[in-house]
Design a protein. Sequence first.
Length: 341
Amino acid sequence: MSTMSTPPLTPWLRQPLADLLRQRGHAWLLQGPSGIGQYELALALAAAWLCEQPAQEGGAACGHCASCHAIEVRTHADLCVLMPEVAMQELGWPLDEKAQADIDDKKRKASREIRVEAMRDAVGFAQRTSARGRGKVVLVYPAERMNTITANALLKTLEEPVGDVRFVLASEAAWQLLPTIRSRCLGFTLPWPETAEAEAWLVAQDVPPADAAALLRAAGGRPSDALRLARSGQSPKAWSLFPKAISRGDVGALSDHAPAQAVGALQKLCHDLMAVGNGAEPRFFEAADLPAAPSRLALARWSKSLANAARTAEHPFNAGLMLEALVSEARSTLNSAARRP
Ligand SMILES: [Zn+2]
């Protein structure tokens, strides 16, 4: 089996990890906006809990012992990872045999939610004895991808923890979780990384130094999202030209975007125009790259329409038509500013 090596923890997550390890909670909810490392921190916490030789200072996982190795190769008997199947595939975690066979045989698609079957396995896992004698860990990510049935099954286990099992839930939308789940966990909010720290990290991931600042800005300060933009071939130059291309109605500016990404890019533009309209600094674009801000009413209408589009963008009826409609609406919104008296 091919394995995906775990990159070292980003600098801005080291202190949070040390803070978490100093405390005794058996169920943590790590929360904060996407793209700043909930999953990475959750995995580092699980690895530290299970490590056979954790560091003297801070207690982080050693990275070399049998337990750390088993996590590295995704076969640790005392770690249960609960994720939507698409996330497991993306992050290199093996699916259980039956699920993999069903997907291979095209009986169904990989799930975008945490499946009830997987939760049942996790409940069973929580009740077994630890294989390596250092306790067990259930990692849930993104925790907001549990439906009510799955969440209630987890809740039972959280309420009556059996023996030596610990939980770490990581969420990018914690407000979507059942309040009863939130109240059973200790909450921990991830800090935003410093800009300089995030840029240095991007450069260390092979992003050209000249592009790091612009991509980080395009990602609204979220380093993982910036890295994803870099790897998807987003050029900082094209990003800076994007607002004006859209106000000209140039569909080409979105042609290499999947519908969900296209909606996301337009939402950033709409956000920045609203900010500028309210006298604030733009977040995703340079002020000089933005067209004149349309009226608040026009922007509010556009924002609402983009939020609706975001809900259907994962499975659009016709991606090409959707992009054309998005650009056409953006263009008329942006040009309404020019017509204002
Ligand atoms: Zn170790």
